[in-house]
Design a protein around this ligand. Structure first.
Ligand SMILES: Nc1nc2c(c(=O)[nH]1)N[C@H]1C(S)=C(S)[C@@H](COP(=O)(O)O)O[C@H]1N2
Ligand SMILES: [Mo]
Length: 210
């Protein structure tokens, strides 16, 4: 059962204020068909573009009032958000208590101001990887662009300098080496979605393939 937008935003506000992390309803923590790991495996297309901080930028555009291209210092100057979440890969491994820090998606959305017609998101990585979600899926209190994991900068293999983290969806929905986020008034399938993976990708219903 998905919480309403207002509840999700309230939970986020509570986290941002440093008053601790409200517990969220979670019947079974390990989704069906998954096993727990602790070694944070690496999964990608094998291309790991090294982007020095000085050359890094994140463009957020499309159906927004205020499109932005953020350099590293601007990105790091935004309110910082640290949160612990679980990570579920469709290849059946899950890792619990992943401590990520970055900029929450709510903060980015407030910055760019989505137009009312925006319903979907399209993500592009520096490796040209793409993926897509509904806008609603990312307007949640645990979604962020992370630059650190366990208190240290994200390594290149895990998507540094920065990557999307969307804990409630299978991990292929979280673009590593993030370069662009496009707000759209329609859905467009990304790399794995075009190749038969589910468009909605909910680990708790084993929503793996389309
Ligand atoms: N840019 C980019 N992001 C990506 C991928 C990729 O190939 N390129 N692979 C996805 C897949 S399939 C998974 S399971 C996760 C893996 O993240 P990890 O390597 O940090 O475990 O990243 C996702 N994000
Ligand atoms: Mo994956």
């Amino acid at each position: 059962m998905k919480e309403g937008y207002v509840q999700r935003k309230e939970r986020w506000a509570q986290k941002m204020s440093g008053k601790g992390r409200p517990s969220r309803p979670n019947a079974t923590r390990l989704p069906a068909g998954q096993h727990e790991v602790n070694n944070f495996p690496v999964l990608d297309l094998g291309v790991r573009p090294k982007t020095p901080i000085g050359e890094w930028s994140l463009k957020i555009h499309g159906e927004v009032e205020n499109q932005v291209t953020l350099g590293w210092e601007q990105f790091m100057g935004l309110p910082q958000f640290r949160d612990v979440s679980d990570f579920h890969c469709v290849t059946t491994w899950s890792q619990f208590d992943m401590d990520f820090e970055g900029v929450s998606f709510f903060t980015l959305a407030e910055l760019v101001k989505p137009r009312a017609i925006a319903t979907h998101l399209f993500f592009v990585g520096y490796d040209e990887y793409t993926t897509n979600t509904s806008l609603d899926a990312c307007m949640d209190d645990d979604v962020m662009i992370a630059h650190s994991w366990n208190g240290a900068p994200l390594t290149l293999e895990h998507g540094g300098p920065a990557r999307m983290i969307i804990p409630k969806l299978y991990a292929w929905k979280g673009a590593k080496f993030i370069r662009e986020i496009i707000f759209r008034n329609h859905d467009e399938l990304g790399f794995w979605e075009q190749r038969g993976y589910s468009n909605t990708a909910d680990p708790f219903t084993e929503d793996r393939f389309a």
